[in-house]
Design a protein around this ligand. Structure first.
Ligand code: ADP
Ligand code: ADP
Ligand code: ZN
Length: 227
């Protein structure tokens, strides 16, 4: 499916606990379908770095592994959705994470006549999530994700995609915050699986498989959902 043949911008949601592989799969979907990855985690980290008002409020919350307020996250997402490059369609990575956010998204899409093509739930167990988070690192220049055990660059310390040697680890990817993030996921985000199930757009994928196998499943689901 060529993105250029889309008549309406597609809206895909990747649901899943921290470390499930949402960011990894969103980047692969971007390349394959020409959609735009929209990660509220990335947008919040950019706001923290830029020292904006929202960033100042979000910093400590993120470091503690809690969820940033719906108000801040919805405002950030609404602004980003208003930018011209998202016109071809978006992959929402890490949003929505609460029922309030899901309802705000529904209202936002209704106001522009859009709908959710699919909410793809990446299913992983808690142990896998912990090992994925603890080995995660990212290219600080292009954002490509890596893992100590599961996804190493061809040359140690050098990004395959852009050649940078600037690899970074997230401040919140440490053992102390993993428990709070998991708790937040189960209490506040997991109910969205039923939310989207009731609306007939839920698809589930076994995300315990290797990256390439998860990618095949997600890409097939996506092709069907945007056809
Ligand atoms: P991960 O991919 O590991 O789940 P993210 O990059 O998506 O991490 O998010 C990092 C942190 O940013 C979260 O732990 C939370 O504090 C905050 N955050 C990101 N997206 C949201 C959201 N939709 N609602 C509330 N907080 C969010
Ligand atoms: P999320 O965005 O859901 O928090 P990421 O895409 O950042 O998750 O993946 C978390 C870590 O696990 C990264 O280091 C990534 O390279 C690795 N990873 C992603 N998918 C898989 C997989 N299917 N098997 C093993 N490791 C994976
Ligand atoms: Zn890079």
């Amino acid at each position: 499916m060529d993105a250029a043949t889309l008549t309406k911008p597609a809206v895909l949601i990747l649901l899943g606990p921290p470390g499930a592989g949402k960011g990894t799969q969103a980047r692969l979907l971007e390349q394959k379908f020409g959609l735009v990855q929209l990660s509220t985690g990335d947008l919040l980290r950019a706001a923290v770095k830029a020292g904006t008002e929202a960033g100042l409020q979000a910093k400590a919350v993120m470091e503690a592994g809690d969820l940033v307020s719906d108000e801040i996250v919805i405002a950030i997402l609404r602004d980003r959705l208003g930018e011209p490059d998202v016109a071809r369609g978006v992959i929402l990575d890490g949003f929505p994470r609460t029922t309030v956010q899901a309802e705000a998204l529904d209202a936002l899409l209704a106001s522009t006549g859009q709908k959710i093509n699919a909410a793809i739930s990446l299913e992983v167990d808690d142990a896998a999530m912990v090992s994925r988070i603890s080995g995660r690192y990212t290219c600080g220049d292009c954002g490509e994700g890596y893992h100590d055990t599961f996804k190493s660059p061809d040359v140690y310390g050098i990004c395959d995609k852009c050649g940078s040697g600037n690899m970074v680890r997230r401040a919140d990817d440490k053992a102390e915050t993993v428990a709070s993030r998991l708790e937040a996921y189960h209490a506040q985000t997991a109910p969205l699986i039923a939310y989207y199930g009731e609306r007939g757009v839920l698809k589930t994928v076994d995300a315990m498989l290797a990256i390439d196998d998860v990618a095949s499943a997600i890409q097939q689901t996506t092709a069907e959902a945007i056809a």
